[in-house]
Design a protein around this ligand. Structure first.
Ligand SMILES: *Cc1c(COP(=O)(O)O)cnc(C)c1O
Length: 381
């Protein structure tokens, strides 16, 4: 059944992009592309103008995350998905433990399980809509979980598994949809990695990783012993963390990056730092998220999917709709009206809205979003 509903202009958000990645790109970021149209775009990534952009990303992130002494920012091509393979090749010594509670946290665990030279990982599995942290396990040298499980809208706490540091283990956190939106104490992690197309409102294709001195040492050790006679490990150059770091220290990447992605990311980091950094960004996202959760709790046809308020994400908000209201129909009508990408994660298979409320999204547009959904539902009845 196709129904056409025209939402009054007065109710609509100024910007209709509510995706969880790719997410809204601010017009100023596009203006930055234009400003670099002949000086950056189409020029060598090994020359100073583009290297300065990479340098500004690395310095800007160091400021944004208040990096503890010795921590460094590395980047490379391939996005967070590629970083999972980097971690399997260059970081996990023998065995990792994973908290899995949704598609993204499970994908990294699957990569480790399929790596022929690693032992089978220890999996601590939680139900979608909750989180589960890995627990101290003998023999485990790397503990991994996701800060924000984008497929379900769950945010997990980031603090080291007690005893893990004393045992020499690393804490490797997928911050892909959390970085830039949720508070984080980087000292509780050895690796905090993410892609730029979520809170940093840029394009995909790049991974960024914040590395502790212990993570840097681990990669150097694992990679050098991989070449010893009899070692079964293969570290493809593309998955070498040490080589990514060595290039990053020169404000370069191993191979050619998308220069536009770098420019838009640098602009976003400048914007975030100029407004008050992570504290400002996290407060803004918390405000937008609370608009949605409060609306859903008061609504007679919607409710937050994540039942534990302490596990609800302030970056990606999931809202279940009653069976009487078809989410796919609501989403189709929203799309016709220019309000896009608020669909639930396909594989989760719920009658759900999922709204990316990253820092670029105006809280006033989030209020408008709720009004538009109410309008559509009312006119569907
Ligand atoms: C989006 C996402 C990824 C994958 O990022 P790509 O850049 O597409 O590889 C991984 N983890 C989480 C938590 C994500 O949200």
């Amino acid at each position: 059944m196709t129904v056409s509903i025209t939402i009054p202009e007065s109710l609509k958000p100024e910007d209709g992009r509510f995706g969880s990645g790719p997410s809204k790109i601010r017009p100023e970021q596009i203006a930055a592309l234009d400003a670099g149209a002949t000086t950056l775009l189409g020029t060598s990534h090994r020359q100073s103008p583009v290297k300065q952009v990479v340098g500004s990303i690395r310095e800007g992130l160091a400021e944004f995350f208040h990096l503890p002494d010795g921590y460094e920012v590395a980047l490379g091509n391939g996005g967070a998905s590629a970083f999972w393979e980097v971690a399997c090749a260059s970081l996990i010594t023998r065995q990792a433990a994973f908290g899995t509670y949704g598609s993204f946290s499970a994908k990294f665990a699957a990569s480790a399980a399929n790596t022929p030279f690693l032992e089978k990982p220890v999996i601590f599995e939680g139900e979608p809509g909750t989180y589960r942290l890995p627990e101290l396990t003998e023999g485990v040298d790397t503990y991994c979980w996701a800060h924000n499980e984008t497929s379900t809208g769950v945010a997990a706490p980031i603090r080291r598994v007690p005893g893990s540091r004393e045992a020499g283990a690393l804490t490797v956190i997928d911050g892909t949809s959390a970085a830039g939106a949720l508070p984080i104490d980087i000292a509780q992690t050895d690796v905090y990695y993410f892609s730029p197309q979520k809170a940093f409102g840029s394009d995909g294709g790049l991974w960024v990783a914040i590395l502790s001195p212990e993570a840097i040492d681990r990669a150097a050790g694992v990679e050098s012993s991989a070449h010893l006679e009899g070692a079964r490990r293969w570290v493809p150059p593309f998955f070498s963390l040490t080589s990514a770091l060595n290039n990053s220290r020169k404000d370069q990447t191993l191979n050619t990056p998308a220069v536009a992605t770098l420019i838009m990311m640098a602009n976003q980091i400048e914007w975030l730092n100029g407004n008050g950094g992570l504290a400002w960004a996290a407060a803004r996202c918390a405000k937008s998220a609370s608009i949605l959760y409060t609306w859903a709790e008061r609504s007679d046809y919607a409710h937050p999917f994540v039942t534990d308020p302490g596990a609800r994400s302030n970056a990606v908000v999931t809202i279940d709709l009653d069976e009487s209201v078809s989410a796919s129909q609501v989403l189709a009508i929203l799309r016709e009206n220019g309000i896009v990408d608020a669909a639930g994660y396909r594989k989760l298979g719920r009658n759900q809205l999922r709204v990316g409320v990253f820092p670029s999204v105006e809280p006033s547009d989030v209020i408008a979003f709720t009004k538009c959904v109410d309008y559509v539902v009312e006119h569907l009845q």
